[in-house]
Design a binder for this molecule. Structure first.
Ligand code: SAM
Length: 344
């Protein structure tokens, strides 16, 4: 199905369109304090969700525009029924080499094998602590046992590598850095530290809560020295460091202290079909309306093309400049789409 890229699209800063993140639902069974702590929220109506056929059609359009990698996310993507059947459909698109998933792992005990059989290529799992009390404090849920079982179910199902995403928040889980490194080294998982970002409007982000890449790396170096870090591809968010003893690696996604807007090739599709060109956007372009009004692929391609050619987002670069300026940075200076809606 579909075809490999026929167009090479560049934005105003010569950034190509390469990666598509698809939120398959805005629902989540956790209430992470740094993401969506509120129980009540304006959820997307079921009728407004893109169907798997609509997602597959849009994905094949994006592949024609240069996308070769898709990440399914949310909300919690495994809350969307039969996600594996979407993965199967996506795997049939010519030119799409990677279909990845970011999940909180709470449903992986049941889903790991079906996901692998459906052709999921890679798995990123969010886990911020190994401590039950802290887990409850951070997610407002008591599911650490299920999450750990889910992680090992994924390993047993043959996923390799498994990346573990840890958001580090000062005075909340920064004392878990070394225990998490120990855990990941022992079980051969790749740990990725994510700097706490001011995504959305619902968290209580302040710059004092960030634990920077530099600080985390110094802490780890005291116990486990690493070699120099690098990105595998310039557009990768993560900078990867291999341990000097060669027993695994760690990575950093330092969006706040070392932003990587210059090489950002990502676009996001919300569960109701809005196309968003930056994680910190306050709006998106409604592709569902085009799909449901019967527009053909050619006209959808032309709409996406003209949006990308005008793209000038550099939010994290601007935030760093503001943080370093005399005026400082106000995270509420613009309303942003919540990460739970946008897809992390
Ligand atoms: N529910 C899935 C999960 O937990 O992995 C996917 C969605 S979640 C929004 C995607 C990723 O965004 C997770 O790894 C999460 O830790 C990260 N995230 C959410 N809020 C964040 C924040 N304020 N700063 C940094 N990362 C954040």
């Amino acid at each position: 199905m579909g075809g490999a890229a026929s167009v090479m699209l560049s934005d105003l800063y010569q950034r190509e369109l390469r990666d598509l993140r698809i939120s398959v639902t805005d629902r989540c069974n956790f209430r992470c304090t740094y993401c969506m702590p509120f129980d009540e929220y304006v959820w997307i109506d079921r009728d407004e969700l893109l169907s798997f056929e609509e997602i597959t059609r849009l994905t094949s359009i994006f592949v024609q525009l240069g996308v070769s990698k898709v990440r399914l996310t949310g909300g919690e993507p495994l809350l969307r029924a039969e996600l594996e059947s979407l993965i199967k459909q996506l795997r049939e698109i010519n030119g799409l080499s990677d279909v990845c998933l970011t999940t909180n792992a709470s449903r992986l005990v049941e889903k790991a094998v079906p996901l692998r059989s459906a052709g999921l290529t890679r798995l990123n799992i969010s886990l911020d602590t190994l401590d039950h009390v802290k887990f409850k404090q951070m997610t407002k849920r008591e599911d650490l046992g299920r999450v750990l079982d889910g992680i090992f179910a994924a390993k047993d199902a043959g996923f390799n590598p498994i990346k573990i995403n840890m958001v580090v928040e000062r005075d909340v889980n920064d004392d878990e850095i070394i225990p998490m490194v120990d855990f990941c080294r022992k079980h051969h998982f790749s740990l990725r530290f994510i700097e706490y970002m001011d995504v959305g409007n619902a968290n209580a982000w302040t710059s004092t809560k960030i634990v920077s890449k530099k600080e985390i790396l110094e802490k780890i170096h005291g116990v486990y020295p690493t070699q120099d870090g690098d990105r595998e591809k310039a557009s990768d968010p993560a900078i990867r460091y291999v341990f000097s003893d060669r027993r695994g690696d760690i990575g950093f996604i330092p969006s706040v202290t070392e932003p990587f807007c210059t090489n950002c090739t990502r676009v996001r599709l919300t569960a109701d079909g809005k196309l968003v060109t930056c994680l910190f956007s306050n709006d998106g372009l409604d592709l569902k309306v085009l799909l449901r009004s019967g527009e053909n692929d050619k006209s959808i391609i032309s709409v996406i093309t003209s949006l990308w050619r005008k793209r000038a987002d550099r939010y994290s670069d601007e935030r760093l400049r503001a943080l370093n300026s005399n005026e400082g940075y106000d995270p509420k200076r613009q309303k942003k789409i919540e990460m739970i809606t946008l897809g992390g």
